[in-house]
Design a protein around this ligand. Structure first.
Ligand code: ATP
Ligand code: MG
Length: 346
């Protein structure tokens, strides 16, 4: 019965009415013992059944049309769909039920997404305010101290101004990172592809970080036994490599080592930046590409990090059609590996 179509229901009801009518007629005609009347009773039963079928069929069709269209109109108000058109040979109620279930699932997904976006927006604004507040308060503190009497001491002047400048640098780099992120998300990041010797680029960047590498006492070594060429936006990949190398210095161990290696993967070149630094525990590992995510807030704060670096890195690599992975063991070290399309021009 559950699987019956409206047409089946109309037919079954009509047969039922037909049989009842026929029984009624033959009961009345029971006393008239004539063969013609028996035949007539059967014909009348069949006619009643057919007429009932027609009437019930039309009534059921009209009823369903009305009810189901109301249902579809309610759904499509939100869904933007069209009116329902159904076939009386189909299991209409079951089909409508399926459509409603599909619609409800879509609604749930949409609501979840909206909730996530909303909570993400709140987090983002909170994080941003916090990140900007810290250097701004520091600058305010230095200026106030100078104004309150130490202005005459040139030694202190210089010291405080240079501290203020460091905080301004931090705000500038935070705003630059935010600018990168918003451009990426708005889809307006342009990638200017060119053929780049990735080994040479990495070596250059490692040389530029010589001073910072000495300060953190972590040595960077680029394995440059052969050249590898990729198609990439040189400025953006420079940003990626710098972020990864600086991270390896910031989160390295005293006397540590950072290695940059290259592997030919056929269509792509795999670039690996590995360190033997503090490492990242598994529960943090899945979150480090999120914006503003830092494992150890206080340590990153000292290192000047705002947790945007890896989010930008991931976006840039994906915009090149590559992907980035991280492996890490707490206390042992971390390896970031990413792919870039190989340049096939010889
Ligand atoms: P910035 O925006 O200045 O780069 P950040 O370095 O804190 O700030 P990310 O580069 O996105 O931000 O890194 C996110 C977090 O991942 C870091 O705060 C750190 O906890 C962890 N992390 C990143 N690289 C390493 C690494 N090589 N070794 C250990 N932890 C790392
Ligand atoms: Mg970083």
């Amino acid at each position: 019965m559950n699987e019956s179509t409206p047409k089946d229901v109309a037919r079954q009801s009509a047969i039922f009415i037909g049989v009842i009518s026929w029984l009624a007629i033959i009961t009345i005609l029971f006393f008239v013992e004539s063969l013609e009347f028996w035949a007539l009773s059967i014909v009348i039963g069949v006619i009643i059944e057919e007429l009932s079928y027609l009437v019930i069929y039309k009534a059921v069709e009209k009823y369903l049309n009305h009810k189901i269209n109301v249902l579809y109109k309610t759904i499509s108000k939100i869904k933007g769909g069209s009116e329902a058109s159904f076939n009386m040979d189909d299991n209409v109620v079951e089909l409508a039920n399926q459509d409603v279930m599909e619609w409800a699932e879509g609604q749930i997904e949409e609501i979840t997404l909206l909730r996530e976006t909303d909570s993400f927006r709140k987090d983002f604004i909170g994080n941003l305010a916090h990140e900007l507040k810290t250097p701004l308060f520091n600058i305010q503190g230095f200026i106030l101290t100078l104004l309150e009497g130490t202005l005459d001491d040139p030694e202190i002047n210089r010291k405080f101004l240079s501290k203020a400048e460091k905080n301004i640098d931090r705000m500038t780099s935070l705003l630059e990172d935010l600018d990168s992120i918003s451009k990426i998300e708005a889809g307006v990041m342009t990638i200017n592809l060119e053929r780049v010797n990735i080994v040479e680029l990495s070596t250059e960047l490692a040389d530029n970080l010589d001073r910072k590498s000495k300060d953190s006492n972590v040595q960077i070594k680029v394995k440059n036994s052969s050249d590898f060429y990729v198609m990439c936006d040189v400025n953006k990949i420079q940003q990626v490599l710098s972020n990864l190398l600086v991270n390896s210095l910031n989160y390295g161990k005293d006397g540590g080592k950072t290695r940059v290696r290259f592997y030919d993967m056929g269509d792509d070149i795999l670039i690996e930046v590995s360190d033997n630094g503090i490492g990242i525990k598994e529960s943090d590992l899945i979150r480090i590409f999120e914006r503003f995510y830092r494992v150890d807030k206080s340590r990153s704060r000292n290192a000047g990090g705002s947790g945007l670096g890896l989010a930008i890195v991931k976006h840039i690599i994906e915009a090149h059609g590559g992907n980035i992975h991280v492996r890490s063991t707490l206390g042992t070290g971390t390896t970031f590996s990413f792919t870039l399309p190989k340049s096939d021009i010889a």
